[in-house]
Design a protein around this ligand. Structure first.
Ligand code: FES
Length: 113
C-alpha cells in the first residue's frame, strides 16, 4: 500500500487496489486507468500528463492519474502545495514530481474553466 501505483476508483473515490478485497467491491463501480478515456478521447488529466511530460518510466503513471482525477474532483487542487499533499500517497521513483504537479494544476484549471 505505500506506493499508490495501483490506485483505482471505486464509486469515484480513490482506493488502493492492493489493499482491497474483491468482496469489498461487489456491486460497486470500479474505474481503472483503462476506463478513463471516452469514445477514443483521452481524459483531460491523461492529456495534461502527456502535455506536461509528467512521467519517465511510466510505472507510477496509472496510479498518479487516477489519484489526480480524484484530487481535482474532490477539490484538493487549489494550489501546488494542496496538490502535493493530496498526491503524497503516490510515489514516483523517477522523480517526475514537478511535472506531475504541473499536469494536475493544468487539468484542474481546465476543469474550472
Ligand atoms: S515515472 Fe517512473 S516511477 Fe514515476
Amino acid at each position: 500500500g505505500p506506493c499508490g501505483a495501483c490506485a483505482v476508483q471505486i464509486d469515484g473515490a480513490r482506493v488502493l487496489a492492493c489493499l482491497t478485497l474483491v468482496a469489498q467491491v461487489e456491486g460497486r463501480t470500479v474505474t481503472t486507468i483503462e476506463g478513463l478515456a471516452r469514445e477514443g478521447e483521452m481524459h483531460p488529466v491523461q492529456a495534461a500528463f502527456l502535455e506536461q511530460d509528467a512521467f519517465q518510466c511510466g510505472y507510477c503513471t496509472p496510479g498518479q492519474i487516477m489519484s489526480a482525477v480524484a484530487c481535482i474532483r474532490e477539490g484538493h487542487a487549489g494550489s501546488d502545495e494542496e496538490i502535493r499533499e493530496y498526491m503524497a500517497g503516490n510515489l514516483c521513483r523517477c522523480g517526475a514530481y514537478p511535472h506531475i504537479v504541473a499536469a494536475v494544476r493544468q487539468a484542474a484549471l481546465e476543469a474550472a474553466s
